[in-house]
Design a protein around this ligand. Structure first.
Ligand code: VAH
Length: 312
């Protein structure tokens, strides 16, 4: 059976729905520190679980006979700058709990998300390579870089089958994001529909690697289903779909809402975004396990506006 930790989060919610559809509700145990929405809670087994509590995690794993764990609980970049020690504890202790359960053969396979946040100001900004200089300057980035090192160590030393992806900014309409620097690219769609204008907390030229959520979910499950022998990277795979800046996403929105206006008021998140790459080289993922993205910026804008229009 599959356990998703952080199932109520931005990725966790869609990952849970996808896996329940694919494997059956009873095969997928959702868990989070807080309850999800009504429908989500009723759709399948759910456990209130603190990812930092080893005994509680072990209890859920044993009771539900879990073999695969998707550890999606974390504090993201912007919030982590406000609570550095809490972010470190959550992001690291939750990972150690799962790695140690796998070391002790209590679970068989792990997915753990990393991020383009592992790269820093000294990393080459265009077509950032799989292996390169990585001097992250955010708490979140440091925790993800350290986590990658531990994943690779546990694979080499104990044979733990842990797999990881460096997610770019992820855009979705099913759940609100929490505390990310790339979240402007979600908020902008809500504000475009509601007010036909958006005040952006990043400047117009801030180009970042981005991906629509469906592509990220397909990549995540695709990596988990790949043959063990095909996985050549046990730190974390670079993954890319598209790169754009606030001006470009605004132009894409204007093809649907011609009088949409964007203004710029950069805040503390500008420095975080400036430390990240503009585009990512994901050749290794495409070669090792056949990754390919599907959704472009204009297709994403169409999907986002259509679905948000219905739900608002
Ligand atoms: C964040 N959405 O903004 C996350 C992600 C690359 C960005 O790690 O912190």
């Amino acid at each position: 059976r599959i356990l998703i930790i952080g199932a109520s989060g931005q990725i966790g919610t869609e990952l849970t729905t996808f896996l329940r559809k694919k494997y059956g509700n009873h095969k997928v145990i959702a868990s989070d520190i807080k309850e999800g929405d009504e429908a989500f809670m009723k759709a399948g087994p759910f456990e209130i679980l603190d990812a930092m509590d080893y005994d509680a995690v072990q209890d859920v794993v044993i009771r539900h006979e879990i073999t695969d764990v998707y550890l999606m609980a974390a504090m993201l970049s912007a919030t982590a700058e406000k609570f550095p020690m809490k972010a470190w504890e959550l992001n690291m202790n939750s990972l150690f709990n799962i790695l140690n359960l796998a070391r002790d053969k209590k679970i068989e396979k792990i997915f753990w998300p990393s991020s383009i946040a592992v790269f820093g100001l000294t990393t080459p900004k265009s077509d950032t390579p799989q292996r390169t200089v990585m001097e992250p300057s955010t708490v979140y980035g440091i925790s993800k870089q350290t986590g990658e090192r531990w994943c690779e160590y546990y694979h080499k030393r104990y044979g733990v089958d842990v797999r990881s992806i460096r997610y770019p900014g992820l855009i979705s309409y099913k759940t609100l994001p929490g505390g990310g620097t790339t979240d402007y690219a979600i908020d902008i769609y809500y504000k475009a529909l509601k007010h036909k204008k958006y005040i952006c907390f990043l400047n117009a030229e801030t180009t970042l690697p981005m991906m629509f959520m469906d592509d990220a979910i397909n990549a995540t499950v695709g990596l988990m289903e790949a043959e063990d022998r095909d996985i050549k990277i046990r730190s974390s795979y670079n993954l890319a779909a598209m790169s754009f800046n606030p001006e470009e996403i605004a132009a894409s929105i204007r093809t649907h809402i011609p009088d949409f206006k964007i203004t710029y008021e950069p805040d503390f998140r500008q420095a975080i975004a400036d430390s990240w790459p503009q585009s990512i080289d994901d050749t290794q993922a495409r070669k090792d396990w056949g990754w390919e993205h599907k959704v472009s910026l204009d297709e994403m804008t169409q999907i986002m506006l259509e679905n948000l229009k219905e739900s608002n």
